[in-house]
Design a protein. Structure first.
Length: 378
């Protein structure tokens, strides 16, 4: 009888194990379905923000401490903690609490240092840096800064609306990083030490200071027949202010942040945007899942005009005489050579083809009669 008893016992044990495994699998599937429903709620832009945030908190309950997600944003501001970018980022601390995030802010003055901190340590959950410098983390989003891709702020705002739609999220996220928001820091402009140098014809055989992160503008300068003195943005602006270079291509905020260094009243700028310049928030994908990333992108869109007004307040300090009207020849040269630079760098894999295509569609919303809208090459 003992062998029979042992066989019955073995069968019973196997049955219990099978039943337990089935029960565990059923529980897991139930949890997965619940998590999926919560994520769908968070991503549903037709629901109230309150309901979506409530679902987000349930979804990320395991990571919460005292009802909040603890995250650290590392911010690039060349003027340090007292600078305007750091100040604007501090305003975000209170806003973030509304959707369950408790922020800490760390400020870096050097773009290389902040990128290394993001790559090599756990110090930064996300970084806010210039779009040109963010290219290693998301080339799709950084490509919006290509020369001439988005002619002015209205184009950038329309793009920001597109970026806040959940359908485009896969383009903003890869295995390691996710793009979480865009802030305007003005246009790229040609700054010069005199009116005679503030034209496209004056670029030929000239040596221009430019940020080494803005390779599209390095190539544009070369197409105009000039040479680029590329360096970190701060160094490029300081070289211009010290008279080491008579011409500078830089974002508005780069020129403004030089502050005391740009005291020469003969400085002028060609009043045509060469392209848009932005700050982009990029996070580690595993620390910003789809729902949290989506809410952040929407919040950045909501604050688009707020950040734009802060910039305009600073730009208003420049006299009207600072801005020189472009000639028709300036406009035509910039349009043609900017497109040529974009296509060349797209073909080399530097610029993202999908973003260039999206940017062209946005341009054509504003100027549908242009030839590029009927015979597209981007």
């Amino acid at each position: 009888m003992r062998p029979l008893f042992s066989l019955i016992t073995l069968i019973s044990l196997l049955f219990c194990q099978t039943h337990s495994a089935a029960a565990d699998e059923a529980a897991r599937q139930s949890q997965d379905r619940s998590a999926k429903r919560l994520e769908e709620t968070v991503l549903n832009q037709n629901l109230t923000l309150e309901k979506r945030v409530k679902a987000l908190k349930v979804l990320m309950a395991d990571e919460m401490q005292d009802g909040f997600l603890n995250r650290t944003f590392c911010i690039w501001d060349p003027l340090g903690k007292a600078g305007p970018i750091a100040g604007a980022a501090n305003d975000q601390i209170l806003r973030s609490m509304h959707y369950g995030m408790k922020l800490s802010i760390e400020v870096f003055q050097d773009e290389t240092a902040i990128k290394q901190a993001f790559l090599d340590t756990t110090e930064c959950d996300a970084i806010l840096i210039r779009g040109a410098a963010a290219r290693p983390f998301n080339s799709f989003l950084s490509t919006l800064e290509a020369p001439g891709a988005l002619p002015d702020r209205d184009h950038l705002q329309l793009l920001a609306q597109v970026l806040a739609k959940p359908a485009i999220a896969p383009k903003l996220t890869n295995d390691k990083y996710t793009a979480l928001g865009v802030i305007t820091i003005g246009s790229q402009h040609l700054f010069a030490s005199s009116a005679t140098l503030a034209s496209t014809s004056a670029l030929q055989n000239s040596s221009l200071a430019v940020s080494d992160a803005d390779q599209g503008y390095v190539r544009l300068i070369e197409k105009f027949g000039g040479s680029a003195r590329s360096n970190a943005l701060n160094a490029s602006v300081l070289a211009f202010s010290a008279g080491l270079s008579q011409q500078l291509i830089a974002p508005d905020i780069g020129y403004l942040m030089a502050g005391v260094g740009l005291t020469d009243t003969t400085n002028v700028a060609l009043d045509i945007p060469l392209g848009q310049s932005t700050l982009q928030l990029v996070g580690h994908a595993d620390r910003f899942p789809a729902g949290l990333a989506q809410i952040l992108r929407e919040d950045f869109l909501f604050r688009f005009h707020h950040y734009a007004r802060l910039l305009d307040k600073e730009l208003d300090n420049l006299p009207a005489s600072f801005w020189l009207a472009p000639t028709q020849a300036d406009i035509e040269r910039l349009t043609g050579l900017s497109r040529s630079a974009r296509i060349e760098l797209r073909n080399k894999g530097y610029y993202d083809a999908d973003m260039l295509k999206l940017a062209r569609k946005i341009r054509c919303r504003f100027t549908p009669d242009e030839d590029e809208c009927k015979n597209p090459v981007e």
